[in-house]
Design a protein around this ligand. Structure first.
Ligand SMILES: [Zn+2]
Ligand SMILES: [Zn+2]
Length: 337
């Protein structure tokens, strides 16, 4: 049987493994589980679709949960970027409901459709052995780079008046974001920005033909960690951006939500830096630093400093509200003409 026949979806997983001459005795624990999953469901499209959906749900809510706990513990407030803005339980629940609705109505069908598309471009799914980290590392580095670049330009487009008013405004509901709000967005935004996450692996497979969906799962997991952490609202001394200065992290994206302008990228700071869309953010950071130094010189206590800090956050946020209403006004102006 030719390899072309092996990939025909009409075959069951058992047929596929038999045709490929898979040697089950050489598999490690994870690979055995991988094979067992495909054999259990029989139909590889269902097995891949369900696995992809579960990976997304488990990682999304699994990574959001620690942030819900952190929000509930006052000790951590010293590292909160907008200290006065702790999300309430009602807000978190409201956000969870919309995110779940979007996951089940929009993302689930797309994820199921992903299998035929992945097979079409030549991505491995049911096959074992799984790739090792040396193979995965450069592939995932490329996906990070590609997604960040795609997101930078698509996100700027979403800030143009009409697209903002009708699509991106939903994501900007929270001027002080929290982990769960990472995917709080209009379905069209989920699809537009999700393209940046998925197009990297599809393009890579199309040109190189050597990508396993397991690598895509590792990538999606890391990308979800990045997105949720960037919305967490906390900047710890041990946050990644203090180790890798080009990493964006919460400190970068929180400003985008607070001030509505600047910082359009996801993982890295370089596009905003090179194209100058971080000027207001850098100026704000300078202002905070100068105020901190002045507070130290004046010998302000922590309560007095908190007052100064709150005022600066409120000023930046008020500017953001003005900038946002300006964009919405432009969109409405266009509609009237
Ligand atoms: Zn935005
Ligand atoms: Zn955001």
């Amino acid at each position: 049987m030719s390899y072309a026949n092996v990939t025909t979806p009409a075959h069951t997983a058992a047929d596929l493994y038999a045709s490929a001459g898979t040697d089950f005795s050489k598999l490690n624990w994870l690979e055995s589980q991988w094979v067992a999953w495909y054999l259990y469901f029989g139909n590889p499209v269902i097995a891949t679709g369900l696995a992809s959906f579960l990976v997304h749900e488990i990682v999304y809510f699994g990574r959001s949960l620690p942030w819900i706990i952190v929000d509930a513990i006052p000790y951590f407030r010293r590292w909160k970027l907008q200290p006065g803005k702790i999300p309430t339980a009602a807000e978190q629940w409201e956000c969870t409901k919309l995110v779940l609705l979007s996951h089940f109505s929009i993302e689930a069908p797309l994820i199921i459709l992903f299998h035929p598309l992945a097979e079409l471009v030549g991505m491995s799914t049911w096959q074992v052995p799984l790739p090792g980290w040396k193979i995965m590392l450069p592939q995932i580095a490329f996906f990070f780079f590609f997604e960040d670049m795609f997101h930078y330009f698509a996100h700027q487009l979403l800030h143009t008046p009409m697209l903002y008013k009708h699509i991106h405004k939903i994501h900007h509901k929270y001027s002080a974001p929290f982990g769960l709000a990472a995917e709080y967005a209009h379905p069209a935004e989920v699809m537009i920005l999700g393209t940046g996450t998925i197009a990297g692996p599809l393009l890579y497979t199309f040109f190189r033909r050597d990508l396993h969906i397991f690598t895509v799962y590792v990538w999606i997991t890391l990308r979800l960690f990045q997105a949720i952490d960037a919305h967490s609202g906390y900047d710890f001394p041990w946050s990644l951006q203090h180790i890798l200065p080009f990493w964006s992290g919460a400190e970068h994206h929180d400003f985008h939500h607070m001030a509505f302008v600047n910082n359009f990228s996801t993982s890295f700071r370089w596009w905003d830096r090179v194209l100058g869309t971080d000027d207001k953010y850098l100026a704000y950071r300078e202002r905070v630093k100068a105020a901190k130094d002045a507070a130290k010189a004046k010998g302000l206590n922590s309560a007095q400093w908190k007052e100064v800090e709150d005022r600066m956050v409120k000023e930046a946020e008020a500017e953001g509200v003005r900038a946002e209403s300006e964009v919405v006004r432009k969109a409405e102006g266009k509609k009237v003409q």
